[in-house]
Design a protein around this ligand. Structure first.
Ligand code: URP
Ligand code: ZN
Ligand code: ZN
Ligand code: ZN
Length: 478
């Protein structure tokens, strides 16, 4: 097995930072050592196969993006990143594990939906990957299949209070699924928006000729995110099932989560970079020479971007500091403008929902360190350590310690990353939601289970390097 020594860097964890050298033995971290240590009298630099000089740089556990949708069929088309292109882009950006969503639809067996997702991903991924299970049709069969997911390494499942006619579950269905979750230890993930109300508001807007992407954000009112979040919290309270609310965007929804946590409930939330930086007015309301007011389609996602005049972004950064929100994922669900987003020209309801960010999450969140909104340690916690603990991977993932998988990023705080205009990214998209963003920081080296897959901007990994991660039950819960 090849040995590697990462020397001279500052090793950062969720709880601290220290000057240390990291010794890798094959796919595993063998030791974290005081700088310049010898091992049983051996000069380590001379004994290992490879030395990586991390002087002046941060050495962090590889990013874990616990919410992606590679190849998701949605809105009459499919997300444009395959497991191959999407995981490669993730690696470029310092993410070494994703947790994607296997899909079960109404009338389909959960086992078949999961088997299909394994077929899509197996042998194609650049980095390690796990699955949550989407339950898009809650019925006696799917409920009976849920406990069996745990043996398959799938310890969490997602339901939708939004998207009637697609993935929607009503309160009675959610109640029954949460009862199973409470009995088994499965973690319930929730898309918390009141879908039936939003559909009426959207229809009324279209009838008034308000068809552009901006009105996607108007229809998906924050009140209906707050309301659904509260309803999910109360169903969680009633059943005793822990609750994890995905892609939280409204400050009022954060307040609901904080209230539930203060009451002692096991309720957690994630947000995404788009809700920290982008807005209803500047993005959904954008227009361009090429697309007119359809430009905003690039940022149509659900939950939607919120108004910059209502304090959502500020509140979200605050929640990241105070732990009212525990982690940051991307909800990576890319669609090209050409032939995909354009399905909704003339009717925002038909624009496929999703933004692509899997490549930029580590950089975008590092900007929170640069601007003083979060500490360096909190950056690691939000993007790697908590995702590992929340979803049952900690110990192998999310930490630099002996015995852990050698998933490591060397991050250069003095480096710079430009997300340029045009295709400077590696995601399979014809535009970027992040065009023009300038990042103070740079992903220099990415190591996935001991193998260098990205070296100073060059991808040197291979399709199939990534393996399926069998996850255990959440380690965030007692
Ligand atoms: O807009 C989004 N979020 N698309 C992906 C599906 C979902 O609801 O997570
Ligand atoms: Zn969702
Ligand atoms: Zn999603
Ligand atoms: Zn660099």
């Amino acid at each position: 097995m090849a040995t590697t020594l990462i020397t001279g860097g500052t090793v950062v964890s969720a709880t601290g930072r220290s000057a240390a050298d990291v010794l890798l033995d094959g796919e595993t971290i063998a030791a974290v050592l005081a700088p310049g240590s010898t091992l049983l009298g051996h000069d380590l630099e001379a004994s290992v196969d490879t030395v990586i000089d991390a002087t002046g740089k941060y050495v962090i556990p590889g990013g874990i993006d616990a919410h992606t949708h590679m190849q998701l069929p949605f809105g009459g088309t499919s997300a444009s990143d395959t497991f191959e292109t999407g995981t490669r882009a993730a690696a470029w950006g310092g993410t070494t594990t994703i947790v994607d969503f296997a899909v079960q639809r109404a009338g389909e067996r959960v086992q078949d939906g999961l088997a299909h997702w394994h077929e899509l991903a197996a042998g194609n991924c650049a980095i390690d990957y796990g699955f949550h299970q989407i339950v898009g049709g809650v019925d006696a069969d799917s409920l009976a299949a849920l406990p069996g997911l745990i043996d398959e390494g799938i310890s969490s499942f997602k339901m939708f209070m939004a998207y009637p006619g697609v993935f929607y579950a009503d309160d009675a269905q959610i109640l029954r699924a949460m009862q199973v979750a409470a009995d088994t230890g499965l973690l319930t993930m929730m898309h918390a928006e009141n879908g039936p109300v939003i559909d009426v508001l959207a229809e009324q807007l279209i009838e008034k000729g308000k068809t552009s992407p901006y009105f996607h954000g108007v229809a998906r009112a924050w009140q209906m995110e707050e309301e659904a979040t509260h309803r999910a919290i109360m169903l969680s309270n009633l059943t005793g099932a822990p609750l994890y609310v995905v892609h939280v965007s409204a400050k009022q929804a954060v307040e609901q989560l904080a209230w539930a946590r203060d009451n002692g409930q096991n309720v957690f939330g994630e947000t995404c970079p788009q809700y920290l930086y982008l807005s209803l007015e500047d993005q959904l309301g954008a227009s361009s020479e090429e697309w007119g007011d359809f430009e905003g389609a690039k940022w149509v996602c659900s939950t939607p971007l919120r108004s910059k005049h209502e304090g959502h972004q500020h509140h979200m950064w605050q929640a990241l500091r105070t732990n009212d929100i525990q982690m940051v994922s991307t909800d990576h669900c890319p669609f090209c403008m050409k032939d995909q987003k354009t399905l909704g020209q003339g009717d925002f309801r038909a624009i496929p929902n999703g933004i692509g960010s899997v490549e930029h999450r580590m950089d975008l969140m590092y900007q929170g360190v640069v601007t003083g909104q979060i500490t360096l340690e909190r950056w690691v916690e939000l993007t790697s350590t908590t995702p590992a603990r929340m979803f049952g991977m900690y110990g192998k993932k999310g930490v630099i310690a002996p015995g852990a998988d050698a998933d490591i990023v060397v991050y250069d705080p003095a480096g710079h990353t430009s997300i340029g205009v045009g295709k400077t990214h590696h995601m399979n998209m014809d535009h970027s939601a992040w065009e023009g963003y300038e990042i103070d920081g740079h992903v220099d080296t990415v190591i996935s289970r001991g193998k260098v897959v990205v070296d100073e901007g060059a991808y040197i990994g291979a399709k199939g390097d990534g393996r399926f991660v069998k996850r255990g039950l959440s380690q965030y819960l007692v």
